[in-house]
Design a protein. Sequence first.
Length: 452
Amino acid sequence: MARKMYLLPAMKLDELREEVANGTIDTVLLAITDMQGRLMGKRLTARHFVDEVAEHGAEGCNYLLAVDVDMTPVEGFAMASWAGGYGDFVMRPDLDTLRLVPWQQATALCIADVVWHDGSDVVASPRQVLRRQLARLAERGWGAAAGTELEFMLFRDTYEQAYHKGYRLLDPANLFNSDYSLLATARVEPLIRRIRNGMEGAGMPVEDSKGECNFGQHEINFRYADALATADRHVIYKNGAKEIAAEMGMAITYMAKFDQREGNSCHIHFSLTDADGPLFAREQATFDCFLAGQLAALRELTLLLAPNVNSYKRYAAGSFAPTAVAWGHDNRTCALRVVGHGPGLRFENRAGGADLNPYMALSALIAAGLHGVDQGLQLGPVFEGDAYSAPELPRLPTSLPAARELFANSQIAREAFGAEVVAHYVNAADVELAAFGSAVTDWERYRGFERL
């Protein structure tokens, strides 16, 4: 991953107007990101977008930020409820995100911020949470740069076939460990190449793609960028890759742990910037405090890196997913891996799974770092060796209930995000736990159908 910041200019509104006038673009996707990190929104006629929505925004039901993964309205969210009538909020286009969608015909996309009718932020909206953390950095003259490395598993079944199979006995695109294998990745290159080129065409510069360890597992990496742009690109890419795979009769999953082999990670590379560029190498004390904050806050903020029941099954010794809260130089057994030198000095948080919401995960990293800076935390000694087998190290929470309790009682989270945001995402965890608690799994049927 290159360390140079790289931002392609977005499509300008006037350029879109010209494309609409000559009939090249007829549809604009107006998208927000929900709690699960998914794109939600509307397909607008391009003429309506340029004439009305670009300036005034569009409305959407506020339940979009108060539902479970199945889009079921659930209780416990202060911002939206049956008692409140499930009214609308405003999706206000961020025209800096306007871009082509090359894998869809005559289509552009624009990400929106979410505000109430009086113009105030919907504070629990993931993009607004990240904007607030970036504003905290800006008060100090700092910015954030990041890259997310998102792994997925690819199957030769369609999404519909996978559903009807009960997601069992699926056909992985590769049948052996394909980590760095050029032979194995060549077999799926028609799809992976189309994803790479489609994302480039959408103004999202791709660096590389590679095979990974699990069967059919792959990764596509993007250029390091401003943290908000990275989060935007992450959700567009994740959605677009699924769309392209579906069109080609295949299916992608970003589940953190699909089977007993290696899970899907989302490693996050992170650094600070100021007016003179990358900051960490020039201000060692700031780097040390910021990294010390990551160590101090990681357990309390794990919920924002691992938001689902399934997320915690990824944390397994010897799996390249971390279990210990430690930092090391280029040590992949630690949750925090320091890499790079000079302007490229950065840390990599390895705790996140591919199911995370990038806005919330990046917000967690900023909140943790600022806690370290504000408290003047001292960075402990580097860990060397195998962190999996070091009993003296603190451990990441091993379940969603444990992570939920740590987050709910975290003063760090409350000070960084505010009580409203903390309550919102604690309730989201409660909803996930209630749904899982009421489900009967295949494991239970196999174990108990005959023998109990």
